[in-house]
Write a protein that binds this ligand. Sequence first.
Ligand SMILES: Nc1ncnc2c1ncn2[C@@H]1O[C@H](COP(=O)(O)OP(=O)(O)OP(=O)(O)O)[C@@H](O)[C@H]1O
Ligand SMILES: O=C([O-])CC(=O)C(=O)O
Ligand SMILES: [Ca+2]
Ligand SMILES: [Mn+2]
Length: 670
Amino acid sequence: MWIEMEFNGDGDFSFATGNGNGVARNGLAKIHTTPQNGNGVCHNDSSTTVKAQTIEQLHSLQKKKSAPTTPIKGTQGDFAVALSEEERQMQQLQSISNSLASLTRGTGPKVVRGDPAQQSPHHTPKVSSHHHHFTPTISVSDSALKFTHVLYNLSPAELYEQAINNEKGSFVTSTGALATLSGAKTGRSPRDKRVVKDETTEEELWWGRGSPNIEMDEHTFMVNRERAVDYLNSLDKVFVNDQYLNWDPENRIKVRIVSARAYHSLFMHNMCIRPSPEELENFGTPDFTIYNAGQFPCNRYTHYMTSSTSIDLNLGRREMVILGTMYAGEMKKGLFSLMHYLMPKRQILSLHSGCNMGKDGDVALFFGLSGTGKTTLSTDHNRYLIGDDEHCWTENGVSNIEGGCYAKCIDLSREKEPDIWNAIKFGAVLENVVFDEHTREVDYSDKSVTENTRAAYPIEYIPNAKIPCVGPHPKNVILLACDAFGVLPPVSKLNLAQTMYHFISGYTALVAGTEEGIKEPQATFSACFGAAFIMLHPTKYAAMLAQKMQQHGATGWLVNTGWSGGRYGSGKRIKLPYTRKIIDAIHSGSLLNANYKKIEVFGLEIPNEIEGVPSEILDPVNTWSDKNAYQETLLKLAGLFKNNFETFTNYKIGKDNKLTEEILAAGPNF
Ligand SMILES: Nc1ncnc2c1ncn2[C@@H]1O[C@H](COP(=O)(O)OP(=O)(O)OP(=O)(O)O)[C@@H](O)[C@H]1O
Ligand SMILES: O=C([O-])CC(=O)C(=O)O
Ligand SMILES: [Ca+2]
Ligand SMILES: [Mn+2]
């Protein structure tokens, strides 16, 4: 029998969006189906009519054509000049072409939407721009003869297919996550970060010793930008994400991410805030653009380059270029650096912290360097998650900068971190993990690729996420340190001066893997718990934090999520359930009213008891069998704190000289 054929609802039957097997327009091959008589067939569907005459048609019936964005509604009244869908798309393509413009040739590429693999052979794509008529110079280069295909804000499902078809190392895991490899770099490369020094940034930014901002000049930036843009334009297709940063509507930043890998596009889809179709329609010109050409190296003959990796930030041009690393965290943290510049200009404090809120609206911030527990401890089944890593504190309260979370996965267990475990499902990106070839079950204990295995998932994958991700002023400010020396107490209550001292010090043991080249935990100091990302002098952020904590009466705490009973190698890491009990006692307010004693050297106030935590571990001296070794290690760490703080002794924190003196006195005394 013949199969009946019928076109889809709106009659908009386009081969260009079909499966791309080069469909002939006439002489359709007819499919013969085997007549079914139902004998011995469990499921007999001979009575249903398949509405297609060819396999191609059958396949194309699978997909309903969805409008890329919703049509413009009449809500803007008579004032808005309504654009036709075609005009709007043209404007969008023009904007993307402008983003990808070569600066030496002065023109953008011919941009077209869609996957080149899906175009029918005779289909001539519509060119973005009329302006090519007026710029005939474009024809001087062969690169102008091709189209740059743009895959614009694809959905996770589409990005999965792109990754699996085109990117080696992309697989679906047993729970539906997309496993990917980030390539040679499995952590950030802070030594390869460069910031353009121009007249403005020379004055505004923190430069020199201790600063993360290693300078480059504008010209060198342009060289690298051109390298990245030429590379991206030479590809068959690029991914473009238009998204937002910051859940505070008054301080929302529009970002565009141009990248070559579906992995990068899906990562940023998860990590930035996802615009609604209406918002995307009115997106307009981005405030900031990332060119991620991570597959392509930079060139050591270029000034300021010391390796083949370069992550270049140009605040004046509002652009960032990535060459020579595919580690997706560079994009996330590059944008964070941007926020550390833009927000303080508006008297808003940017924070490398997690943030959650109790049922009664009590907000806690969790500061800490990489691997100290911001994600693990802010993801708490009994509280609302506002965000796990990057926040702003304004005069109205706190807001998350991001739309997703980025959790460390090494030794992840369902039992200890159930919410993170369950978030690793369809849509989540799982970086550099090892899985069973057949069952695709992930072995989270396997460090074969790296210790810094990671999962990136949208924040709404955490069941008790607080959407929108904003909250009132914090009540508790928890400073996390993963002390590899095993001498800091599991928890101490801090006065304001101590909080500032430890905030500026930013101590932890850097856990292996997140930064390139670190294999063993190692004591580290990083101002504001994020020196790699701050743009201004640390005292600027510290002064704002002090002012806000004072104004809102927040209490500071120092929590050691690291070693107990000896240093790394002989002691053990404090058990996560104990740390959770400590954090619970901070949230509930019970710890504020506990009895305290002051310990030597660091002068920290430690509680005598906490429900659910063995009292003997609260004073670290009790957990060391060798008391001399304890004393020696304690003094060693205190000395490291002292040395580190020397660079800050000449700075004033805020207007209040008294606070500056108190901060200087709040460090270890010995
Ligand atoms: N007592 C503890 N407290 C907190 N985390 C612990 C503890 N013991 C082990 N861990 C582990 O330490 C890691 C903490 O990593 P987490 O992802 O929370 O870091 P982070 O501060 O969010 O860092 P980043 O800024 O790099 O994302 C997790 O793998 C967690 O399982
Ligand atoms: O940036 C990364 O790769 C991971 C992270 O959150 C950090 O290091 O603070
Ligand atoms: Ca984290
Ligand atoms: Mn972080």
